[in-house]
Design a protein around this ligand. Structure first.
Ligand SMILES: Cc1cc2nc3c(=O)[nH]c(=O)nc-3n(C[C@H](O)[C@H](O)[C@H](O)COP(=O)(O)OP(=O)(O)OC[C@H]3O[C@@H](n4cnc5c(N)ncnc54)[C@H](O)[C@@H]3O)c2cc1C
Length: 312
């Protein structure tokens, strides 16, 4: 990033700006080289000014939440990473069961506040890391419940700084996917939940938390499930069947607890993880004739690697 651009960013942005910021500090994988510029916009106006500048100067931009579903290259990202985690954390729940959450709100906080208000549904998402922005973009789901089920509307800002609102009829959701425009940042989302018995809701939260603890490697560095489940067999089953549990490459390891998780055990490089991903894809393709599609998002990789991983 040249000094003229750095000067312009410093002039326009009021929030925190970090130059050459290691992305490993912003991903649950703990992997990733430097982003040329990492910004926590102070408020919506600040965000609009930053987006306009990036648009005018043709600078690549990436939106990040908690980085819990992302693998960033060791080479980093030559552009601006925008995070709403620090300053967009307002959450309101009305007496009629409407939840308004800014994108930086942690999903766990939303789940707990919904439960406290006696609202049902969100408790199924207990234990999923990340922010509300990342969760609605990814249509986070667990145990048959998708966050989009209660979606009403979202506010976004386009790259040219235009503010727009989308309702549920404008956006389609499917398994770990939404049709929000890649070039628009979601700044807040509204949900409408039904009221239920708080005892039952709390019991359900406890049940899903126990299931998660029993089946997933928690308290270690990962990005959750690496691959989407193909229609007929869970990805973890196919990887386990290929005897991949516990296989290591450099500092990365295929979890012995859940074969669809890759763990950063020991300063893994993005290359270590890519090696394991590629190996899994090849063997599952040979064994089962199934192309495992990545669930995690990639940032900062060459077109060759994206092509190799069939990342679209
Ligand atoms: C241990 C573990 C368990 C997990 N379990 C589950 C699970 O059960 N179910 C599940 O669905 N996921 C699971 N995940 C994956 C992940 O937590 C979810 O996908 C989460 O919703 C991602 O939120 P985030 O804020 O971290 O998003 P990030 O990882 O930061 O970003 C994910 C995507 O959303 C985009 N994005 C983020 N914020 C915005 C925004 N404001 N506007 C526009 N785009 C945005 C990013 O550009 C990126 O494309 C798990 C992850 C881990 C580490």
């Amino acid at each position: 990033m040249n000094s003229k651009i750095i000067h312009q960013i410093n002039k326009v942005v009021m929030g925190e700006i970090l130059f050459d910021e290691p992305m490993k500090n912003h991903t649950t994988f703990g992997i990733g080289g430097p982003a040329s510029c990492f910004v926590h916009p102070q408020d919506t106006n600040d965000l609009i000014n930053l987006l306009k500048l990036a648009y005018e100067q043709n600078l690549p931009v990436f939106f990040i939440g908690s980085g819990s579903n992302i693998l960033v290259s060791d080479d980093g990202f030559d552009g601006i990473v925008i995070s709403l985690k620090k300053n967009f954390s307002n959450l309101e729940i009305t007496k009629t069961g409407e939840i308004s959450a800014e994108s930086g709100v942690l999903l766990g906080h939303l789940v707990n506040q919904a439960i406290n208000a006696g609202l049902k549904g969100m408790e199924n998402l207990a234990g999923i890391p990340g922010t509300v922005g990342g969760a609605i973009k990814m249509n986070a789901s667990a145990y048959g419940y998708e966050i989009s089920r209660e979606f009403i509307s979202a506010e976004v800002i386009s790259m040219s700084g235009e503010r727009k609102s989308y309702s549920s009829k404008d956006i389609s959701f499917s398994y770990r996917h939404s049709t929000f425009n890649e070039n628009e940042i979601i700044i807040s989302t509204k949900f409408k939940c039904k009221f239920g018995s708080q005892t039952r809701i709390k019991y359900q939260k406890q049940k899903v938390s126990e299931k998660r603890r029993a089946s997933q490697p928690l308290g270690v560095r990962s990005a959750g499930s690496i691959f989407k489940n193909p229609p007929h067999s869970p990805a973890g089953y196919l990887i386990d069947k290929a005897n991949f549990k516990g296989i290591k490459h450099g500092g990365a390891e295929i979890s012995t607890k859940h074969a669809n998780f890759i763990i950063n055990n020991n300063n893994a490089s993005s290359e270590d993880v890519i090696h394991l991903i590629s190996k899994i894809q090849n063997v599952v393709s040979d064994n089962d004739n199934i192309k495992l599609e990545l669930e995690i998002k990639l940032l900062g990789f060459s077109n060759d690697i994206m092509e190799k991983l069939k990342y679209v």
